[in-house]
Design a protein around this ligand. Structure first.
Ligand code: PGA
Length: 277
């Protein structure tokens, strides 16, 4: 199966998920290195930093003419504006040139109580604001060992499908009734990241065949149910400069989501360098 057919990007996407890490100083210092380097100063690199630093990322992008893209690591389940103390709305993201947002990460699901219902609301809000979702799916070790992980992952994809199908209709109707349609800033319609929970932050990488099986599953699902949609399928979980080449050699992998290894400048440059080869 040629799974790159419905993928619009020829180069691999690299999402750096900083999680709850970073500082103003680190951002300034790291970006200075990244904009000078041809492997990291590219629009295929997406930095997902804490909310607090999104404006700084935007400012640095403008002043240095950098090519990177910006993502939020999450978004509110509530839409628009209103009395939701502590929440950040997807309507606010375009103002900061944030064109991507991670949702459904297992740390949100397991540590912060994000249910399928909440993730569906977040997805709807992102799509309504023309933000490309980076929708994470992934099974626990127990689920994998039970042998029922495929059904489990397909259920997570079904949540995506249901919201996506409904939101597309609403968005199209609202766009035709508006004088100015929202800007289409993203390069692929959707990004789905497969992140086996047992691999996140553990240094354990699945077998290449195991990654390939799920990547093929994602592409087949999207092709069958959402044929017209441009998708990038990413792998995430203990990606480093040592294993990235092998991972990206899998035809159905369109990029990677990097956590811990994206915090170290030299290591991240190596990862990006190998991804461009
Ligand atoms: P890791 O995290 O690269 O540190 O395993 C990946 C992720 O959680 O996105």
């Amino acid at each position: 199966m040629n799974n790159k057919n419905n993928n619009i990007k020829n180069s691999s996407l690299i999402v750096a998920n900083w999680k709850m890490n970073g500082s103003k100083t680190k951002i300034r210092e790291d970006l200075q290195c990244y904009v000078k380097n041809k492997d990291t100063n590219t629009e295929n690199i997406i930095f997902a930093v804490p909310y607090l630093y999104l404006a700084l990322m935007q400012q640095a992008m403008w002043t240095t003419n950098a090519q990177y893209k910006i993502a939020s690591q999450d978004i509110s389940r509530f839409s628009g504006y209103g009395a939701y103390t502590g929440e950040v709305s997807s309507s606010m993201l375009p103002e900061l040139d944030v064109t991507y947002s991670i949702i459904g990460h297992s740390e949100r699901r397991n540590l912060c109580g994000d249910t399928d219902e909440i993730i569906a609301q977040k997805l709807h809000n992102l799509l309504s604001n023309q933000i490309t979702p980076i929708y994470c799916i992934g099974e626990s070790l127990t689920m994998r060992k039970s042998g029922e992980y495929t059904e489990f992952l397909l259920k997570q994809l079904d949540v995506f499908l249901e919201v996506f199908s409904k939101t597309q209709v609403v968005t199209q109707i609202s766009q035709t009734s508006q004088a100015a349609a929202p800007t289409q800033s993203a390069t692929s319609d959707i990004i789905i990241a497969y992140e086996p929970i047992w691999s996140i932050g553990t240094g354990i990488i699945p077998e290449i065949e195991q990654i390939e099986e799920i990547m093929n599953l994602i592409h087949a699902f999207v092709q069958k149910k959402l044929g017209h949609v441009k998708i990038a399928a990413l792998y995430g979980g203990s990606v480093t400069s040592k294993n990235i080449t092998e991972i990206l050699q899998i035809p159905s992998v369109n990029g990677v989501l990097v956590g811990g290894a994206s915090l170290n400048v030299d290591e991240f440059i190596q990862i990006c360098h190998k991804a461009q080869l």
